[in-house]
Design a protein around this ligand. Structure first.
Ligand SMILES: [Zn+2]
Length: 329
């Protein structure tokens, strides 16, 4: 595959069935699901243990992201990142048909120590909210480790959590150490470090598929929680006009930076310095490389390898296309 020119890469979604999932990955985002009732996550770009994305179309169809990073790392990742053993970002869509467990993720040091995994800082971009949908993000001000531990022991965690009703388009950054849960009826895109290190503290009294409560990880969660962090609110986007439309700066952290493009005509996207992941969040866009257009519909994802440099992107039809761009910061 070393001689095959790179192009905007579309991957096969990796679908995850979990107790809290539903059918909105299909009904809202247009994914093709099987017959199950609990589709929770669609991993769009992943290189984590047994979950490795494979190219869905074109000359590299079937090639894994892991092999692309191993064999063509500099072309895919870009010179700004340097050599990496693993693709650094995990991008997924989530359908919280039911509320997710209240959980916290470790930072890199605690992730290695407690879960043999990377740390997990994540960000959400809300796509769809049923009436009354909630986001729980951060502990209320002043909650101590002792108070949090007592609430977990009593099964009364919710009153300690900061919560709000999200709106479509909201972007929420959840640094490692932030206690959080996604409420029922929320569909969102999640961009995160390549990690699955999750410590559950409360599962709302729910039973797992086997009829037993799902495992909690209270000691690890208490150790991983940042008690000084406090409530988390949606980010107020900073918008600026660009050629072709508007660019909004959303979450930025040491691991990734997110921007939302609202395109009415052609613009440039991508950089020779680092890869860019594109998520279609409204309308349909087309990304042009080497005279070939790749469609980016609502709920779809493309990876632009760094070697492509800057590509042209434009709405495929009259009207606006909304595209989220994700890069390693
Ligand atoms: Zn999480």
């Amino acid at each position: 595959m070393s001689a095959t020119p790179l192009y905007p890469l579309r991957f096969e979604p990796i679908l995850k069935e979990l107790i809290w999932g539903g059918r909105r990955l299909e009904s809202v985002l247009g994914k093709t699901l099987g017959a199950g009732a609990h589709y929770a996550e669609s991993w769009e770009v992943a290189d984590h243990r047994d979950d490795v994305s494979r190219v869905a179309e074109g000359p590299l169809k079937g090639v894994s992201l892991r092999d692309l990073v191993r064999e063509r790392g500099e072309e895919v990742l870009g010179p700004a990142l340097g050599p990496r053993a693993q693709f650094p970002l995990l991008v997924k869509f989530l359908d919280a048909h039911q509320v997710l467990s209240v959980q916290v993720h470790p930072d890199d040091a605690l992730g290695r120590k407690l879960a043999d995994d990377n740390g997990k800082t994540e960000a959400w971009v809300v796509i769809h909210v049923e009436p009354g949908g909630r986001i729980y993000a951060g502990l209320r001000p002043g909650v101590t480790r002792d108070e949090f531990a007592a609430a977990i022991a009593a099964g009364a965690v919710e009153p300690l959590l900061h919560q709000f009703e999200p709106r479509p388009g909201d972007c929420i950054l959840i640094p490692a150490g932030t206690v959080h849960a996604i409420g029922a009826g929320v569909v969102l895109a999640e961009i995160q470090q390549m990690s699955d290190a999750t410590f559950r503290v409360f599962d709302w009294g729910r039973l797992g598929p086997d009829g037993k409560p799902r495992q909690l990880h209270v000691a690890q969660a208490l150790e991983s929680t940042d008690y000084a962090a406090g409530p988390v609110e949606p980010i107020a986007p900073q918008a600026e006009p660009i050629e072709g439309g508007l660019r909004e700066r959303l979450a930025r952290c040491p691991y990734f930076a997110l921007e939302r493009l609202r395109l009415e005509s052609a613009a440039g996207v991508g950089s020779a310095e680092r890869f860019t992941i594109l998520l279609g969040l409204g309308g349909t866009a087309e990304v042009w490389h080497g005279g070939v257009g790749a469609r980016l519909g609502f709920g779809q994802t493309l990876l632009l390898p760094a070697a492509l440099g800057t590509c042209a992107i434009a709405p495929a039809n009259a009207g606006e296309a909304v595209v989220l761009t994700c890069v390693v910061s």
